[in-house]
Design a protein around this ligand. Sequence first.
Ligand code: FAD
Length: 474
Amino acid sequence: SVSLCWLRADLRLHDNHALYHASQRGPVVAVFIATPAVWREHDDAPIKVDFWRRNLQALAGNLQNQGIALRILEADRWDQCPQLLLDCAAELGADALYFNDEYGLHEQARDDAVMQAWQARDLHCQRYTDQLLFPPGSLQTQAGSMFKVYSQFRRRAFEALHRHLPRCLPAPEKQSVSTPQSSALPDAFAGLSAASEAQQALWPAGEEAAHERLQHFTQQLLEDYEQDRDRPDLDGTSRLSAYLAAGVVSPRQCLHAALQINHGEFDSGNPGAVSWINELLWREFYKHILVCYPRVSRHRAFRPDTEAVAWRDDPEGLRAWQQGETGIPIVDAAMQQLLQTGWMHNRLRMISAMFLSKNLLIDWREGERWFMQHLIDGDLAANNGGWQWSASTGTDAAPYFRVFNPLSQSLKCDPDGSFIRQWLPALAHLSPREIHSPPVDDLLNAVDYPAPILDLKSSRQRAIEAFRSLGAEA
Ligand code: FAD
């Protein structure tokens, strides 16, 4: 009998738990449920949805080679998923459903409802941990609770990896029985425009493209990752986040690729490999936080005492930040990188998030939403974690009095200004000394660039006071 494998953020053939185990049982049909109205409601960026669409297209070809059809279903709401899957099963004579877990309150509620509906009809339903190395909640403190401090979480993760290194699963074997026809994919999903050709070229779809990127990174860049990872002017990081978020590559594949370079070591040896594995564990940490502390999934601060911060209502400041018109070059260049490519370097995400939540003292949730609406790698757990870290409202966050100074950050992370020059052509003529803080005379002389919208020193002080007045802990 046939099994359905419901694909979501796991758009790959290799090392896909649900797909592999379904195929071990017998013939499989892969199913994807397009829910454009829900995606829009969840602020999923059009560029990200287009990336899913292009990866589905690539995956359909790979699945076809294995004799597995891909059915695309469509629903307006997630509560229609149980019935839609049951109807599909009835049509194809399927009696089992396999899928990999997704995280977040709505996702978990949707999946629980599907599982209940299948089990109520005595149909087989099996789910797997696949997006993560460890099931959320499985790494605990000695008192049996979830870690709140990353370094302690990492220590436990290392212990667990020493005991058992998760392996990568092979692709499903080629099916010998004939399968139904695959569905055609649309050119775009309703209300979510396709990415431009230039954007598509920056983010080529498919497992092969992801593995080329992983290989290029581990062979050419990993060695220097530790020194270069904070330099947006260099090509120093993997740029795999969109592929990890859509599940085109798995965290196990990334881990093993780094281990191969580092003679099987994850907590010693090559500093680049150790530091990169550390980032993969941050990804893990924030997803565990999301599941174990569901309030962060409900737009609440991890630290309840920070809910009372008197955030400023400043639509003009918010707009200037969103459009990259703050007059602070490193912030504006970062926001241009986001708008034009759907991705922003990690150091710049921290700088621009601090600028919004501290210097502008605008609620971090505004920034979180804007990032989600534009990131190709938008991920609820990592985005929320990054924003709450920057706004000092999160777990193991930056202390509220440690406000980044965007100018000194700019000098450190873009020493000769080449990143700023790339994204802000109006400033391209300025010298490395001037470009981080353009001389006001120059701006008056008709340079097409705004004067700073705020004073960095007094706005920093205002933020510190806003937190201190709550009696907030550092
Ligand atoms: P690399 O440096 O090559 O790191 C490898 C992988 O590790 C990344 O692809 C990513 O999956 C993971 N990773 C790295 N840093 C972090 C981190 N701090 N937290 C969680 N995972 C991490 N990352 C997202 O994937 N989606 C988001 O929506 C997102 N929003 C963010 C918002 C803010 C305000 C901040 C400060 C960070 C955010 N990050 C997010 C984390 C990080 O900025 C990106 O993962 C990273 O820039 C992606 O580039 P890369 O693939 O070259 O990373």
